[in-house]
Design a protein around this ligand. Structure first.
Ligand SMILES: [Zn+2]
Length: 319
């Protein structure tokens, strides 16, 4: 059985650590002044983080790899009459969001491959009536990252590796596309561990100078063996060892929201297990295609991998 962590790392605490290090490096002001400045900045950041957690919705950033919050038209008579929404044939999370015009909000994950411009959300209301809502995708350019992988087989896999990779990709995509319905709300997320963000989401990647798929998650660097915690409640849908991802856990948080943890040294949970926010799920490792120990953390909405930093009020460094 898993144990709950006594301490849940939050983005606010991570930001405070950074602020204190930055303020400590300012030599123009005295030590006392630096201490006061650190405390004031940290209190402000923690207050903002608490306010953002009170409203669990992710940030609205309608770009490739981002999340669009789209208000659905009309009221329904009952809170249980949730309209269904679809984007690119995938069911989309709909949450309660009472405004003057509407009771419902779609939380739409936008694939990294989406072209900027007008997109369409297809709606079916509780009576079965179909309609559509347009929304705009804005452009975003992501930086390049060039990495050297010493195990050349992980850059140019052998034929038998390719068969394994195709099989594993199907399994992972199926887990990302799995729909578990729960109450229409977006869960609060904490960070799965404390560490430096070593690679932000969306980087256009080159392995040994060969172009490969963009970075579909957030890398958090930490020593091997560092505990990894579930950032929100859910059900473990998949655990296993994969060619690129190494030891991997996928957690289904319901309503199309799924998260994945890769390159682990150990896995402490089993498929089908219910986890809470803060449940210990494994340890940081360097299994699979890596240049050093880190956690690769992916978040998926309606089967689109999105920037995990959008689940927090502040932008992750380098995003
Ligand atoms: Zn990664």
């Amino acid at each position: 059985m898993s144990a709950n962590s006594p301490f849940r790392p939050t983005l606010g605490l991570l930001l405070c650590k950074r602020i204190m290090a930055r303020v400590a490096s300012i030599n123009k002001i005295g030590l006392r002044m630096r201490e006061i400045l650190s405390i004031v900045c940290c209190l402000f950041v923690l207050l903002l983080c608490e306010l953002s957690v009170a409203n669990n919705l992710p940030r609205n950033l309608p770009v490739p790899g981002g999340i669009a919050l789209v208000t659905l038209p009309g009221h329904s008579a009952s809170k249980t009459d949730i309209p269904r929404a679809y984007y690119q044939k995938q069911r989309v999370m709909v949450v309660a969001n009472v405004t003057l015009d509407s009771n419902w909000l779609a939380v739409v994950g936008i694939p990294l491959t989406t072209k900027p411009g007008q997109q369409t959300l297809n709606i079916v209301d509780h009576k079965g009536k179909a309609s559509s809502v347009p929304f705009q995708i804005l452009p975003k350019s992501y930086r390049e990252q060039h990495l050297t992988i010493t195990n050349k087989r992980q850059v140019n896999p052998l034929k038998q590796d390719l068969e394994r990779i195709v099989r594993e990709k199907k399994e992972i995509v199926a887990a990302f596309g799995d729909w578990h319905k729960t109450s229409p709300s977006f869960p609060a997320f904490s960070l799965p561990l404390v560490g430096e963000i070593s690679s932000p989401f969306g980087l256009r990647r080159f392995f040994n100078e060969q172009p490969r798929k963009p970075h579909s998650g957030l890398d958090i660097a930490a020593a091997e063996g560092t505990p990894v915690y579930a950032p929100a409640a859910g059900i473990v849908s998949v655990t296993g060892n994969y060619f690129f991802n190494g030891n991997t856990i996928i957690i289904n948080h319901s309503n199309g929201l799924v998260s994945m943890y890769c390159h682990l040294q150990t896995i402490a949970v089993k498929a089908g297990q219910q986890v809470d926010s803060g449940t210990h799920i494994g340890q940081v490792g360097k299994t699979g295609r890596v240049t050093g120990p880190h956690l690769h953390w992916s978040v998926s909405l309606n089967n689109a991998r999105v920037d995990p930093g959008l689940l927090f009020e502040f932008e992750a460094k380098g995003s």
